[in-house]
Design a binder for this molecule. Structure first.
Ligand SMILES: [Zn+2]
Length: 221
């Protein structure tokens, strides 16, 4: 597999510059999509990697490139390369497995939020009440006939003030936030089509995306 670079419009990376040849260079991509070799196609004005003319050279994202007078930064070329690879690839099993992990994380976070939120919402109130009781206990020259009724009073007030309404709303807010973030992540690894609305195991059995123009597949046990 390769990525072609040149002035002609049928290249994968088109450089609109008269010093660039029609078919100027190409990047050869290894079968595991991990090694990249830039090959100059005997262009009129040559190809450079980090300022040096090359005929053929292994490249990484950290290199900088020049075709004729056109400079292309490493991240720019590699972004094009990665998109090109994604277009050609059909097996997205690894990415799909990651998605399943994201889904189970989301579910457990949602479960914990539902289970623990009431307790968490109560905690600050509890701590404040304890603080007040301790302060009353430590006030010097306070007779026991005043001290203990005050402490009991503070405890009663602390435990009866209801924050339930507020905490339910806050919980819904947090659940919403969690869901929104999950919806953004739970998408086809190739085309970005939404997966939300069906569970991970549905997509796992389906083995393909809902977008008919997308040819992504996955095979996960
Ligand atoms: Zn898709």
């Amino acid at each position: 597999m390769k990525l072609t670079i040149g002035r002609h419009k049928d290249n994968d990376l088109v450089l609109n510059d008269n010093t660039v040849s029609g078919k100027h260079a190409e990047v050869k991509i290894s079968e595991n999509f991990k090694d990249f070799t830039l090959v100059d196609l005997q262009s009129a004005n040559g190809s450079k990697v980090n300022g040096r003319k090359i005929a053929s050279k292994k490249i990484t994202e950290k290199d900088s490139f020049q075709f004729g007078n056109s400079k292309v930064a490493g991240p720019v070329l590699f972004k094009t390369l990665n998109n090109h690879i994604k277009q050609a690839r059909t097996d997205f099993s690894a990415e799909f497995t990651t998605l399943l992990g994201i889904e189970s994380q989301y579910k457990s976070k949602r479960r914990n939020l539902n289970k623990n939120y009431r307790l968490l919402a109560m905690l600050p109130r509890l701590l404040i009440t304890i603080g007040i009781v301790v302060v009353i206990y430590l006030i010097p020259n306070l007779g026991t006939e005043l001290r203990y009724p005050l402490m009991i009073g503070a405890t009663l007030v602390g435990s009866t003030i209801s924050t339930l309404g507020i905490s339910e709303r806050k919980k819904e807010e947090l659940l919403d936030k969690l869901k929104t973030r999950f919806q953004l992540e739970f998408v086809c690894p190739k085309c970005g089509s939404e997966f939300y609305g069906k569970e991970g195991f549905f997509w796992k059995e389906k083995k393909t995306c809902r977008n008919k123009n997308c040819n992504a597949t996955w095979h996960v046990n």
